[in-house]
Design a binder for this molecule. Structure first.
Ligand code: ASP
Ligand code: MG
Length: 402
């Protein structure tokens, strides 16, 4: 007998048939004598539809408090429907909203952080042998107002329950059957990983391999909650996410592509101390997330600085730099949005030389030019022309994972 936390995403409960499918999977575990707590997201596109409704009322954006009040309703629908399905199948069940399940958050509406989960009520229902269905993505702040955790926040709700209830297993069910070595829709020989470490998962997720919400992986790492990502539609093992994974033959875990990048170059800066500081300090003030940075070697007393930002922050970045026009002496700023970042991730590369050269060789063989490079202990990223992105992923994947 174990305590199992299961999370089902919006597509897994999108209609009545799927709700019953999920109900049956829950009951299977319950019948074996396990305690089961289930976290669900809003059905299908409900959250997007609710956002559209709010825009109809106030296109300028309603207050964040009222927005959370609205968005939290999506999960109220899915938990009650799922509980009704389990009831109909003859098993004891209780649905709980975030606050009823003890989710205490800060007051950052729309992006609230969980402060703690008061598990009293959850424990009481478990002791009564009820299956418990909890609304993901929501909690209550110190003013007793409803908050939400940010898009995709139900994963985090599930991990928080698993951590505070000391669950034996935390299973995240989605419409894919695990974490792949590359996007399986683009790379035909991509394979499902049996295991991946928290750090590798975080790097992959940050680069657009959105299987798990990033915050949920950070929380799982912090509280050492082992996760399993698996399919809600097929019955087969998924991918385990945990601290230490078996060292495998493969150095590289996966290849990811990020199209949400823009490259900004500032040309003809004075080659004097403090220039980089002034630029990146201003970008931070403008809340711009800078990724890869490259500074050219000074020549004729001038230098260039190039960096990348998420595409949707390019405008802000340019505004930030232009606000320094009087302080910085530069010739011009240019923005290139037709770039993509390709990254390889793997804890194995830390102790193996030659990984970077193998990646660069694969790109060279495919005739792809590298514009910028950045590395961390477990990741190598290159910036290339967006048009070559899919080819690059395939070439690099073939070099390492075939
Ligand atoms: N329903 C919310 C969303 O769509 C939370 C979630 O799906 O995890 O973002
Ligand atoms: Mg959703």
């Amino acid at each position: 007998m174990a305590l199992i936390v299961k999370k089902f995403g919006g597509s897994s409960v999108a209609n009545a048939e799927r709700v019953f499918n999920v109900a049956n999977r829950i009951i299977e575990d319950y019948k074996k004598g396990n305690d089961v707590i289930v976290v669900v997201s809003a059905q299908g596109d409900t959250t997007d539809d609710l956002i559209d409704k709010a825009k109809e009322i106030n296109p300028d954006g309603p207050s964040k408090r009222e927005m959370d009040m609205l968005l939290a309703s999506g999960e109220q629908i899915s938990i009650s429907l799922l509980a009704m399905a389990i009831e109909k199948l003859g098993y004891p069940v209780k649905s709980l909203l975030g606050w009823q399940a003890g989710f205490e958050t800060d007051s950052h509406y729309g992006m609230a952080r969980i402060k703690r989960v008061n598990t009293e009520r959850l424990q009481k229902e478990i002791d009564k042998k009820n299956i418990v269905i909890v609304a993901g993505f929501q909690g209550l702040n110190k003013y007793d107002d409803i908050t939400t955790l940010g898009r995709g926040g139900s994963d985090t709700s599930a991990v928080a329950i698993a951590a505070s209830m000391r669950a034996d297993l935390c299973q995240i069910y989605t419409d894919v059957d695990g974490v792949y070595t590359a996007d399986p829709r683009k790379v035909s020989n991509a394979v499902k990983m049996d295991e991946i470490s928290y750090d590798e998962m975080l790097e992959l997720a940050a680069m657009g391999a959105q299987v798990l919400n990033n915050r949920s992986v950070e929380m799982a790492k912090k509280y050492n909650v082992e996760l399993e990502v698996l399919s809600s539609l097929e019955v087969k093992p998924g991918t385990i996410v945990k601290e230490k994974v078996k060292m495998e033959k493969t150095l590289i875990k996966g290849v990811a592509k990020d199209n949400n990048v823009a490259r900004i170059s500032i040309v003809g800066l004075d080659d004097t101390p403090g220039v980089a500081f002034k630029i990146f300090n201003k970008l931070a003030q403008f809340k711009v997330n800078v990724d890869i940075i490259l500074q050219s070697v000074g020549r004729d007393n001038t230098k260039d600085i190039t960096f990348t930002v998420p595409s949707d922050q390019a405008k802000q970045a340019v505004e930030a730099i232009e606000s320094l026009k009087d302080i910085l002496n530069y010739k011009e700023i240019s923005v290139d949005e037709s770039v993509a970042k390709i990254s390889i991730v793997g804890a194995g590369m830390e102790s193996h030389p030659g990984v970077a050269s193998k990646m660069f060789e694969a790109l060279y063989d495919a005739g792809i030019n590298i514009q910028m490079i950045s590395t961390s202990e477990i990741k190598i990223s290159v910036l290339i022309d967006a048009k070559s992105a899919d080819n690059a992923v395939t070439a690099v994947h073939d070099a390492f994972l075939n």
